[in-house]
Write a protein that binds this ligand. Sequence first.
Ligand code: PLP
Length: 402
Amino acid sequence: MAYLDHAATTPMRPEAIEAVSAQMADVGNASSLHASGRRARRVVEESREVIAAAIGATPSEVIFTAGGTEANNLAIKGLFWRRREDHGERHRIVLSSVEHHALLDPARWLKSADNARVDEVAVGADGRVDPCAVTAAVASDAESVAVVSVMLANNEVGALQPVAEVVQQLHEFQVPVHTDAVQALGQVPVNFRELGVDALSVSAHKLGGPTGIGALVLARGTQPVPLLHGGGQEAQIRSGTLTVPAIAGFAAAMSAALSDREERTRRVKELRDRLIAGVKSQVPSAVLNGPDPDSDLRLPGNVHFSFPGCEGDALLLLLDAKGVECSTGSACSAGVAQPSHVLLAMGATPQIARSSLRFSLGWNSTAADVDAAVAAIGPAVERALRVRAGGSVVREAAASLG
Ligand SMILES: Cc1ncc(COP(=O)(O)O)c(C=O)c1O
């Protein structure tokens, strides 16, 4: 099996599996006062310290959540409500148009549920947002802005966004800036303090930790209205009994990702270049989407191609039949039969957007994975083109699996 879908989720690091297993064998609610509770609390706080140090934050700034989706929801809804509470006129949310659905959808929900106005700032053909365009959107009526959000790295085409510049330019307007760093953390340096953002979302399963655990990092004084009420855990911002095994696994994965990042980046980039060259040699009509891989503007493990004339879903199934696993874009929105909003925002036609595949490499990717994908892509494209000419797409491709 060639697993090339690390951006959807990456295999757990052995260190993380060990840490999770050790804690699962133990008992203790981190809020309990007895010895077992105190032991659990110690694990949580030590893990928080590791994660905070890795992100350039202080431990008290790290609020554990059930992953990136919850962190984004808490940031957007919580900051929107807080700012409107402070000043009723602040109803505008300014975003890049290529945010993940876990950010875009809560913002759009606020539009229908709570009269928010959502301004989506356009991106260039490479998927990157211009900080001046964000500033212009804010400056057009700065008093009405509740929150701004620009992701650090795009999950589909791997574009790294100029978040620090956005923060610098917006300084005079005093609006809270959030960034979704879910895809960036562990892949490129992420420093909360240096970025200067007010809130930053992360998720453990993208860097070799377990699913279902993440964090919203909040600068001192940034107080979103809580989404979950109950026991008052996490400084009253996120109630719920803490999941000690997952938190320990998050910290172990974070340490592992930090310790081999430079060496891994070099190796993953080499594999990525081999994959890009291989796909182009097998399918000359394939078009690479996103920033130039030779620049520093792209995630090291991201490869994203359009295959004109094909359906991405059909290609995915054909590759899967050959043991090559990839994605048609954002796995979180897979199953929704719509072209990717990211590619459309980059100027692709709906047909081209639907013809795309994302291959994402990670910490245990090998040359054999890449070579399997390169060997499978040419016949898959030929077959997908024939299937398409025949009228039906996914159904016939799926039938051909049998
Ligand atoms: C950029 C981005 N944000 C948020 C999420 C959601 O994170 P989680 O799966 O932890 O809920 C994802 C997951 O794919 C993502 O890629």
